[in-house]
Design a protein around this ligand. Structure first.
Ligand code: TYD
Length: 198
């Protein structure tokens, strides 16, 4: 039986992660692999709580961080580890690198966030960082950046992008420039994981 493969796609909002997760899943299936696609925050109770909070702003930064950790612990236990143990290819749209980036941008120490996550969450075989400049990313999600709130969003995404890119020299990480067409980016994404199939 094939051993499982664990691939994570990260990047700031507007880099096209979710499309590329689907395309990469199709590609692995065309190679005869069984694929599980998933995302964080999940649709479980903790993930739903944190999504609602993003809309209403009800949780403090510390409560929000704890929700992401709880959501992930459940995801790892119930979906990620069992699928990998069954030899499947698991592809995630966001994982603990998003917590480093987004909660890091809210003032927590990214290194400490990583340490807390790696106590229970397996390190992926490959982390793909979809990279795009913040102005283009914001344009893609329809944010013009000219109100105070949007100004703040812009600054915070700049910080997120920096934190993602700080991981670029690690052996399991590949940065994929994401300004091209869907097809061009999809090709780069496949190239960035193809060595894992051997
Ligand atoms: P996202 O995947 O962008 O959801 P949607 O497609 O519904 O917009 O994720 C929602 C937000 O959650 C996104 O802005 C990033 C944020 N997030 C964190 O702040 N920390 C985390 O650990 C994760 C996984 C996501």
């Amino acid at each position: 039986m094939n051993h499982g493969l664990f691939i994570v796609i990260e990047g700031i909002d507007g880099t096209g992660k979710s499309t590329q997760v689907k395309r990469l899943g199709d590609w692995f299936e065309s190679q005869g692999r069984e694929v599980v696609l998933s995302r964080e925050p999940t649709a479980g109770p903790w993930g739903s709580k944190v999504r609602e909070s993003a809309a209403s702003g009800r949780l403090s930064a510390a409560e929000e961080l704890q929700c992401f950790l709880n959501d992930r612990a459940e995801h790892v236990r119930e979906l990620i580890r069992p699928a990998l143990a069954a030899g499947k290819v698991v592809i995630l749209d966001r994982y603990y690198f998003s917590t480093m980036a987004y909660q890091g941008a809210r003032g927590f120490d990214p290194v400490e966030i990583r340490r807390r996550n790696e106590e229970f969450a397996p390190v992926p075989d490959r982390l793909l960082i979809m990279d795009l400049d913040v102005d283009t990313a914001l344009e893609r999600i329809g944010v013009r950046g000219d109100t105070a709130n949007e100004f703040e969003k812009r600054d915070s995404l700049e910080r997120c992008r920096e934190i993602f890119l700080s991981l670029r020299d690690e052996s399991f990480v590949r940065v994929v420039p994401s300004g091209g067409s869907l097809d061009e980016v999809a090709e780069q994404v496949c190239l960035a994981v193809s060595d894992l199939l051997d």
